[in-house]
Design a protein around this ligand. Structure first.
Ligand code: AMP
Length: 112
């Protein structure tokens, strides 16, 4: 099982934010901003580049969840960023697709 499957199964504790039949959302253990939530599909897709056509609705749900949670967490007016890290150059560390929802402070562009 991936780390995030274990969180979804309740085998590893996490500060849950929300969940649906298809995804879970919880606070990142090493937050990079005042709000840093991970939105993780229950289905294990290792990384974005491994997603297939049939995953399109699920990928859409993850992005819609990011927008909804941003509103619920109070960062939609000030702004937020969503990020998906694929592979070593992006800094991916957990091989289970996840969307980072980050906000609550000013961010830079381009990202580091
Ligand atoms: P990435 O580097 O894009 O693969 O993101 C993995 C994220 O998972 C990092 O931001 C970590 O801080 C986070 N993380 C690792 N272990 C845990 C955990 N047990 N609970 C919550 N977040 C975690």
């Amino acid at each position: 099982m991936t780390l995030f499957e274990k969180i979804a199964a309740g085998q590893i504790p996490a500060r849950m934010v929300a969940q649906s039949d298809h995804w879970i959302a919880f606070h990142d253990i090493n937050p990079q901003a005042p709000v840093h939530v991970l939105i993780v599909p229950r289905k294990v897709i290792p990384r974005l580049g491994a997603a297939v056509e049939e995953d399109a609705p699920l990928l859409g749900e993850l992005l819609l969840a990011a927008g909804t949670l941003a509103r619920q967490l109070g960062i939609d007016q000030t702004g937020f960023r969503v990020a998906i890290n694929h592979g070593p150059h992006a800094g991916e560390t957990v091989p289970h697709l996840h969307v980072h929802l980050i906000g609550g402070r000013q961010m830079e562009w381009p990202p580091g």
